[in-house]
Ligand binder design. Sequence first.
Ligand SMILES: Cc1ncc(COP(=O)(O)O)c(C=O)c1O
Length: 405
Amino acid sequence: MNFSELREDFPTLRDDNPPAYLDNACVTLKPDSVVDAIHEYYTKGPGCGGRSVHRYGTKVSQATSASRAKLAKFLNAESHKEMVFTRNATQSLNQVAHGMKWEKGDVVLTTDREHNSNLVPWLQLEQEQGIDHRVVASRQDNTFDMEAFEAACADAGDNLKMVSVSHVGNLDGISIPIKEIAKITHDHGALICVDGAQSTPHMNVDVQALDIDFLAFSIHKMCGPSGMGGLWGRYELLDELRTIQGGGQTVQTSHYDGLEWAAPPARFEGGLGHFAGMVATGAAIDYLSNLDMNQVKEHEIKLNRIMSKTVSGLSGVDIIGPEDAGQRGGICSILMNDLPAHDIALLLDEAAGVMVRSGQHCVHSWFNNRGHENGSLRASAYFYNTEEEVKLFADTFEEAVQAFS
Ligand SMILES: Cc1ncc(COP(=O)(O)O)c(C=O)c1O
């Protein structure tokens, strides 16, 4: 697959002097087809789907149903009825956490390298409802510790109710063996919720093959519109879930003294939705469906190997995770120790047009636990990035480190 040719599809990459955009773990660039779909919604039929029966309404209803079906196919869900549109992965994870029924002492396991979106909802439930949130420590190199996980499951015993883990970490790009984790989780009679924000854009994710229960993901990290995320859940589980946003669309009917809930997914999509985003999601999924996701993953690893080679030779900084870039997907996250991460990120942009992320990437707990308040500088690649771009990043970074040391 010639990924360089695809750059022509992205308006920001067609600029005369496009930046080397390496902040894809935060949000990805959008191809023409997605921008066009948004434009078409606003210019040719900005109606309300699912309710109004006039032409605009019908067109939006049909387009959003088509997007839902495409998403279901992309993730190999059993039915489009299992796909819920949300604002982002954060809302999806909150819907799961606050939609379930909890009893005091129920154990929820996460790892020690979760994004706040998969930590804060559980901490909140611990504060407010008395669940017992426990953290499974990773190995020294941040990879998943299966023995520690099995021991934590055994220790929780019958109280284990949920395992909620990120498939790929935004801190370090490390992926964890979800299928095996799901099997162990189910053997202990618990459910597994996967934070797929960093996996669904970069690899094949098949919810049935993984045998998981919930998957939260960020459509805005999949070439889709900002303000769009998704939640997949096994239908019978969604059907038992309480919505965290009751209102229009969420009920079959209501009376002054009661209501009948709508079936999933409508029950979880209260209020007028981001229809432009839902329509354009279909265009984003069409775009990704035309790519070979195995090749996407390989391409990102190839780019990561190039940048990691230069970075690992520098003194004063350390790459988070295993030395082998093959285990870190497209993410090269660099512990800055005493060096000013934000200043260097600004310099990279101003001096060389290289855009990266600096700070704690919403994984404060990991940095706080290790006393790395300065955070890391993270370069994250996607299929449209080139070898020249990551070399430019690595060389400019090397100069910056030398200048600040
Ligand atoms: C691993 C992970 N989980 C959750 C999130 C939150 O995603 P969203 O911004 O769609 O809520 C992110 C965002 O960077 C992430 O990387």
